[in-house]
Design a protein around this ligand. Structure first.
Ligand code: AMP
Length: 595
């Protein structure tokens, strides 16, 4: 079967994907799947594509071209050094680099490609894209819309009508589309956007803020020096990306300027709140487009089956929050938002060449993980508030942090209680572990504590709490097999469980969770009667594990459920619930033993 490449020819970045062994694969090189859509000439006049071209952009703008996609379809030429080119020719250089990358990775020549374009591209722009492909030595078998491609990664083989809202926020452009999928027909019902709005604008706002503050402090405007500006721009972009995961980050650029013969350094903390306040007006504009596209498609938000995020800048947490508020449903970003357009183009290529394409597999966390916090609701303190840190459906591995404040003046310690679940009230979620950060500084209420969650591919959660002012830190590692099943690897997960049961001298029972393991210190603190109760529970759970493999699937499922309930009751330390859970499970085991 002939290979057909799927190519996302983006304004800022481009990617290439193929179907290999029935699975979609984005082809990277040197660990990099993204190719910056930048073309340049080096000082010797040799052509540069991708990262090396992007690196020279600020210092050699006359020899570097970015965002050529904006000019596709226009009857213009662009200058590169002392030569002129058409936009198609520059795009062809990028496409050719992707084609050659694919050929090196696949080990054979490739001739055909599906290339994506924005839904708002007119016929001339589409034709120019096709021409660019041909100039790069590719037969363009189909041009498809970017939101259509993104939808295909979520719905490769739909058998019922589904409507998706695709929110695509890239480096320099934004668009939102309503896509309808019915059987094999994918249709863009409405599309709106702003061709000059994206993550680069966030960088600019942050750059201005940082440079203004620096100028106030030192009387030097870093924007006046090309070299300093390019360093700050790069640093704020990296800081912005880190703030998608962390609540706080630090800019640290040494020797950025000089005053009175002495070097000046740029050192500054940026909190996520500060970035969010800067970019919120821009995101408000994107929400207007969302409303407009819904109204054009004559649909209400509740008629949308799925909201999906595309484009690097859609990783900004505020985007997700604002969209969820506006649309009243969770948004999906399981498939890498930078890569899903290329992946969808490859799926389309696979469908054209008749290859059976499997679903896109991603490892995600199926539950939200967070901590218990107290907050003021209309002036009244509310306890048991669940504050999410890693949200459900986040691709793994994942690291996220949030900042909390102490409640009272002179607070000496902060209790970190970790839960998983989807309820706002921690009492309705599952408790997974706790620890105390002791020895806090004697300061007023609001002492910032940064809580960081690192969740790896094996479901091991590392929780770190750190007092921001002093660096005082404590950590808890929770290896909780109940927390999740790797979506793509259920079998391996159940084998791991089996091995764990055997190691503990218990009969193997795939599908049953292992008893929750409490951190030792926490278990030591338990009152004696609770310890006894838990010991009895463990005996009962072991019995349930013996019975389950011989039971019918329905009964085994019921045992599984009751064991989960009992584990949750143990985690909650609730005598009444433990008693009730044990009675139910005992009845079930008794009945099944006799059956
Ligand atoms: P794209 O055009 O889809 O490749 O998106 C590029 C834009 O996404 C640039 O402005 C990047 O700085 C931005 N971006 C990439 N990763 C992140 C992230 N983790 N958080 C926020 N913005 C990001």
């Amino acid at each position: 079967m002939e290979t057909i490449l799927g190519i996302d020819l983006g304004t800022t970045n481009s990617e290439v994907a193929v179907i290999r062994d029935g699975q979609v694969e984005v082809l990277g090189e040197d660990g990099e799947k993204i190719l910056p859509s930048v073309v340049g000439l080096d000082p010797e006049g040799r052509m540069l594509v991708g990262t090396p071209a992007r690196n020279q952009w600020v210092l050699a703008p006359d020899r570097t071209l970015r965002s050529i996609k904006r000019k596709m379809g226009q009857d213009v030429t662009v200058r590169l050094g002392d030569q002129t080119f058409s936009p198609q020719e520059i795009s062809a250089v990028i496409l050719r680099a992707l084609k050659e990358r694919a050929e090196r990775q696949l080990g054979h020549a490739v001739r055909k490609a599906v290339i994506t374009v924005p839904a708002f591209f007119n016929e001339t722009q589409r034709e120019a894209t096709r021409e660019a492909g041909e100039l790069a030595g590719l037969e363009v078998v189909r041009i498809i819309n970017e939101p259509t491609a993104a939808s295909l990664t979520y719905e490769a083989h739909p058998d019922r009508l589904e409507r998706l809202l695709v929110y695509d926020l890239g480096g320099g452009t934004f668009d939102v589309s309503i896509v309808q999928i019915e059987r094999d027909v994918v249709e863009v019902l409405a599309s709106h956007g702003d061709t000059h709005l994206g993550g680069d604008d966030f960088d600019q706002l942050l750059l201005d803020r940082v440079c203004d503050d620096f100028a106030k402090e030192h009387g030097i405007d870093l924007r006046q020096s090309l070299a300093a500006k390019s360093r700050v721009l790069r640093a704020v972009e990296e800081a912005k990306k880190r703030l998608s995961d962390d609540a706080l980050t630090t800019l640290d650029e040494e020797f950025i300027a000089e005053k009175d013969g002495k070097p000046l350094h740029l050192r500054r903390e940026i909190a996520r709140d500060e970035l969010e306040a800067l970019i919120e007006p821009l995101l408000a504009k994107t929400l207007v487009c969302v409303d407009q596209s819904l109204s054009d498609a004559q649909l209400h938000a509740r008629q949308i089956d799925k909201v999906i995020l595309v484009g690097g800048a859609s990783r900004t947490p505020l985007v997700r929050r604002l969209l969820e508020e506006r649309l009243g449903q969770p948004v999906h970003a399981e498939v890498n938002p930078d890569l899903c357009v290329a992946m969808g183009a490859a799926i389309q290529g696979g469908l054209i060449s008749g290859v059976d394409v499997g679903p896109v597999l991603v490892d995600i966390t199926p539950h939200t993980l967070g901590i218990e916090a107290a907050t003021l609701v209309e002036g009244v303190p509310a306890f048991h508030v669940f504050s999410p840190i890693i949200r459900r459906n986040t691709p793994l591995p994942a690291s996220r942090s949030e900042i909390y404040g102490t409640m009272v003046d002179g607070q000496e310690s902060a209790g970190i209680r970790v839960f998983q679940g989807e309820d706002h009230d921690t009492r309705k979620n599952q408790f997974v572990g706790e620890f105390l950060l002791e020895g806090l500084a004697d300061v007023r209420a609001g002492n910032p504590i940064v809580v960081r969650f690192d969740l790896d591919l094996d479901g091991i959660l590392k929780v770190t709490a750190k007092e921001r002012a002093t660096g005082l830190e404590k950590q808890l590692v929770i290896d909780n097999p109940v927390a999740r099943f790797r979506k793509s690897n259920r079998e391996a997960a159940s084998q791991r469980l089996d091995a764990a049961f055997r190691a503990a001298g218990m009969a193997g029972a795939p599908g049953l969770p292992a008893p929750a393991v409490e951190p030792e210190s926490a278990a030591d603190d338990l009152p004696e009667h609770l310890k006894n109760l838990i010991r009895r529970c463990e005996g009962l759970i072991a019995k349930a594990q013996e019975v389950a493999p011989k039971a019918t699937p329905d009964d085994a499922e019921e045992i599984h459920r009751q064991v989960q309930e009992l584990l949750a009751a143990i985690a909650e330390r609730s005598d009444a619930k433990i008693d009730k859970g044990m009675a139910t499970l005992e009845d079930l085991v008794f009945y099944l033993q006799d059956a």
